[in-house]
Ligand binder design. Sequence first.
Ligand code: ZN
Length: 301
Amino acid sequence: MENKQSFFWLQKILVTLVCFAGTLGIGFMILIKPNASKAQNSSDIDTNSTTVDVGTEKRVEQLKTIMLTTWGKEAQAKGVAIDVPSRLQGVIISQVKVPAKEKVIALTFDDGPWPESTAQILDILKENNIKATFFVIGQNVKNNPDLLKRVMSEGNAIGNHTWNHLYRFLSPQAATYEVSSTEDIIYKTIGVKPSLFRPPGGIMTNGVASYAKNNKYALILWSSDSVDYSRPSVPRLIHNVFRSAKPGGIVLMHDGGGNRSNTIAALPEIIRRFRSQGYRFVTIPELLLMDNYKPKHIVKK
Ligand code: ZN
């Protein structure tokens, strides 16, 4: 009887243990299962999101190409960049001999795009319905792409002014980089490659001008220097512009590279005075493509 009783208890304990183990097992499964399914899900999500990323990247690239083509077409339609005629490729031009009836002048702005001052100059040009030419620095285009887009969309012409604006003598590789990387960033920003080049400081001997000449750029200097980089007073700056202004001339000013408040302050008066003298304003491409033009100052071909 006692044995039967203890057997019964032993059975009871065993059943309890089996049940406990079973519960634990199910519990484990419950615990593990969600994790497993979570892992499965997250790997699903990862796979999906990778698929989405690849798709998005592709779409972004397609969109970029479409935008670039659109901008490029817009830029070409607006004459922002021209195919320089072969007779002007590699030619250095500081002014153009224009027919007597054509009293034209080209305003040029260097060293931008520059926060604030480029936009202020664009505002003044727009108010006066004038288009100018901007010789831009590659690293500034990289930092201010929207400003370059605005320069383009308002019909101004754009030229290459190197990446770093260096005066010192450069190795052929460094000179190539200065010009070609700027060309690339302009293309990536507005969809056209520039065909006009202005060497920093007008320096023709440090390597960048030679590279540009050999790569079919027209090299654009100036006939009238505002000397605004040395920040003269507004009346002095205006005087500098008009001292050597002439029909077919090219005026050098700066929208970037430093404080340009004097240039901005002088610009409306410069425009007013040119107009009162009967001038109209053209971009460098317009100046180069004018009928009967003859580049007057060909230094070298
Ligand atoms: Zn410059």
